[in-house]
Design a protein around this ligand. Structure first.
Ligand code: HEM
Ligand code: NAG
Ligand code: NAG
Ligand code: NAG
Length: 337
């Protein structure tokens, strides 16, 4: 418990929700709210176990940390943070994995499975797959140089998945209004939208998401005018017009694997990769909404980290299942029990 608190700054500590206080020490008993010490008695090494699996996976995959936080995002935005993303297609349900935003894009489910297997060996039937994603997201950011947030735990795994809703995840060609609407539909405001987009400070994206900005923006046969000319030349060389659309580029070419504020300093210089990145700074509608927030984070890594921590807790609180009649602890993350 104390150890967990030490990972937090003094500001964030105010947020800590403790099961002991909420539920009179009934750790392991389903709680109504998520809390920081949920597994302290039932699986005290949960954080360390997941961390060990991630450190091992990182040895052969420098992109792993980025990929894992994205899984948590895509899980939480569809039916809440309930592990729904991780289910394989089964009779009566089409998996979220098969939806366009995830297919051939969301990756390393095998590392989640490896973390689950380790946890099952140490404390069988205790740690949910939804919580593994939340833990992996925090550990991934911390191991990449970013902040911790005292991840709240106690989610149960759901028994269903929604491919249809996953098709409607925030998309790289969405307008600012659409992005704002999709975030507010899950109780996230414009500050959350900007802070969480800051996760594009690491990881990769396919050329196909930027080729229209390079060669044919909005059907004009011209590049996106908000794209920095030197960055456009840089990207054009790496994503040629008739090149491999699935070829991968860094979302943040300055520090591709580090969690820092460079995503925002890139936006200030018109060096955002996705249209949905650059519009946070450059869209006419951003002037009084998201652009001042981008400016603030570009000017202060501390401000970004503090907001990011708060927004991750908010995102992790999207419709968690805490009622045991509605959820379970899956034995394997790809299947309901
Ligand atoms: C604001 C709306 C968002 C849009 C439109 C968006 C879109 C995308 C797209 C198109 C990719 C590239 C996928 C590919 O090439 O296969 C990507 C990658 C990524 N996204 Fe987002 N994203 C958004 C928000 C977020 C949020 C909230 C997070 C996490 C908090 C996040 C984390 C990431 C990471 C880390 C990657 C790189 C993944 C990897 O390398 O495996 N994104 N995103
Ligand atoms: C997912 O991508 C693979 C490979 O491109 C493709 O064969 C498959 O049809 C796609 N799945 C769905 C459900 O679209
Ligand atoms: C925005 O959302 C509306 C309503 O869902 C949809 O009709 C429209 O195509 C979307 N536009 C963009 C640019 O994302
Ligand atoms: C550019 O985009 C427009 C609209 O999507 C399309 O009609 C046109 O064929 C594209 N031009 C080229 C050269 O691909």
């Amino acid at each position: 418990m104390l150890k967990r608190m030490n990972r937090l700054g003094p500001k964030a500590a105010v947020l800590v929700v403790v099961c002991l206080l909420l539920h009179g020490g009934g750790s392991g008993v389903a709680a109504k709210e998520l809390c920081v010490d949920y597994y302290d008695h039932t699986c005290p090494n949960a954080y360390k176990i997941v961390q060990g699996v991630l450190v091992e996976a990182h040895k052969s995959d420098p992109r792993i940390f980025a990929s894992l936080i994205r899984l948590h995002f895509h899980d939480c935005f569809v039916l809440g943070c309930d592990g729904s993303l991780l289910l394989n297609t089964f009779p009566g349900f089409e998996s979220e994995k098969d939806a366009v935003p995830n297919n051939n894009s969301a990756r390393r489910y095998d590392v989640v499975d490896a973390a689950k297997a380790s946890l099952e060996r140490a404390c069988p039937g205790v740690v949910s797959c939804a919580d593994i994603l939340a833990l992996a997201a925090e550990i991934s950011v911390q191991l990449s140089g970013g902040p911790g947030w005292g991840v709240l735990l106690g989610r149960l795994d759901g028994r269903t998945s929604s491919k249809a809703q996953a098709e409607n995840l925030p998309g790289p060609f969405d307008s600012l209004k659409n992005l704002t609407d999709k975030f507010s539909a899950v109780n996230l405001d414009v500050t959350d939208l900007v802070a969480l987009s800051g996760a594009h400070t690491f990881g990769r994206a396919k050329c196909l998401f930027v080729t229209n900005r390079l060669y044919n923006f909005s059907g004009t046969n011209q590049p996106d005018p908000t794209l920095n000319p030197a960055y456009r030349a840089f990207l054009s060389a790496r994503c040629p017009r008739n090149g491999d659309a699935n070829s991968l580029r860094d979302l943040d070419p300055t520090t591709p694997n580090t969690f820092d504020k460079n995503y925002f300093t890139n936006l200030e210089a018109n060096r955002g990769y996705l249209d949905s990145d650059q519009l946070l700074k450059s869209d006419p509608g951003a002037l009084r909404t998201t652009a001042p927030i981008v400016d603030r984070f570009a000017g202060s890594q501390d401000a970004f980290f503090k907001s990011f921590a708060l927004s991750m807790i908010k995102m992790g609180n999207i419709l968690p299942i805490t009622d045991p009649s509605r959820g379970e602890i899956r034995k394997h993350c790809a299947f309901v029990n």
